[in-house]
Design a protein around this ligand. Structure first.
Ligand SMILES: Nc1ncnc2c1ncn2[C@@H]1O[C@H](COP(=O)(O)OP(=O)(O)O)[C@@H](O)[C@H]1O
Ligand SMILES: [Mg+2]
Length: 212
C-alpha cells in the first residue's frame, strides 16, 4: 500500500456559528497531486492552515509523515496561502535570496535551481514590478520549493491566471511531482484541476467528500 504524506483524522474547526471543518477525515498519499475543490467559504484555506499547524483544531488530529502536527512544530512544508509579497523594485532572484536568508538552509545555487525549475531566468535583472501575473505565480512557487520541501500546499494557485497560464501551471506541477514532491492544491474551479490531480475532493460547508 502507498504511504500517506498527510492524514487528517476527524478534524473539527469552528468559528462561533461557522463550522469550517466538520469532522473531516482524509488521507493524501505520497508522490501524488491532490486537488480540493469547493466554493468560496467552504473550508479549503482553513484545512490548509490546520495541516501546516498555523491554526489549531478544536478536535481531531493531523499527521504529516506519521508525526502529529502541533502548532509549535516547524513543519517543513512549502506553502502559498495568500499572494506572497515581493519587493517590487528587486529582481526575482534578489527577492528569494532575501527570503532564504531567514532560515539560511540553502545557498545561491539552490535558489537559482528553484527559479530555473519554475521556468524563470535567475540571471535577469528585471524587477518584480515588471513581471506578469503568471511570472509572479512562478516566483511564488520557486520560493515555496527552494528549501526542498517534501510537501507543497498551494491554495488557489490558478487564481487570476488566463487559460495559457493555467496550462503552464499544470505542466509545472507535473514537473515538481516528478521531483518527488507531494502536492495538495485547491481551486474553486473544478476544471482547472481535474485534468491534473490524481485525487480530487470537494469541500462543501465544512464537509469533505471524495469525488475522484
Ligand atoms: N480566522 C477566522 N475567523 C472566523 N471565521 C473564519 C476564519 N477563517 C475562516 N473563517 C470562516 O470559515 C469558513 C471557511 O473559510 P475558508 O477556509 O477560508 O474558505 P475557502 O478557503 O474554501 O474559501 C468561512 O465561513 C470563513 O468565513
Ligand atoms: Mg480560501
Amino acid at each position: 500500500m502507498a504511504e500517506n504524506m498527510v492524514e487528517v483524522i476527524g478534524a473539527v474547526k469552528k468559528f462561533k456559528d461557522v463550522v469550517a471543518l466538520n469532522d473531516v477525515s482524509i488521507n493524501f498519499e505520497k508522490g501524488k497531486i491532490h486537488g480540493i475543490i469547493g466554493r468560496n467559504g467552504s473550508g479549503k484555506t482553513v484545512l490548509f492552515k490546520t495541516i501546516c499547524g498555523f491554526m489549531k483544531l478544536d478536535s481531531g488530529k493531523i499527521h504529516i509523515e506519521g508525526k502529529e502536527v502541533k502548532p509549535t512544530t516547524n513543519q517543513e512544508i512549502g506553502l502559498i496561502i495568500e499572494e506572497p509579497g515581493f519587493i517590487d523594485s528587486l529582481s526575482g532572484y534578489k527577492n528569494l535570496k532575501l527570503l532564504a536568508s531567514i532560515r539560511r538552509k540553502i545557498n545561491d545555487e539552490d535558489i537559482k535551481k528553484a527559479i530555473e525549475l519554475v521556468g524563470l531566468d535567475p540571471t535577469t535583472k528585471k524587477p518584480v514590478k515588471n513581471y506578469s501575473l503568471g511570472m509572479r505565480h512562478r516566483l511564488a512557487i520557486a520560493q515555496a520549493i527552494m528549501e526542498k520541501p517534501r510537501l507543497l500546499i498551494l491554495d488557489e494557485p490558478m487564481n487570476g491566471l488566463d487559460k495559457s497560464g493555467v496550462i503552464e501551471m499544470r505542466q509545472l506541477f507535473k514537473r515538481l511531482k516528478e521531483e518527488g514532491i507531494t502536492i495538495i492544491l485547491s481551486s474553486h474551479y473544478a476544471e482547472d484541476i481535474e485534468a491534473l490531480c490524481e485525487t480530487v475532493c470537494e469541500m462543501d460547508n465544512g464537509f469533505l467528500v471524495k469525488v475522484q
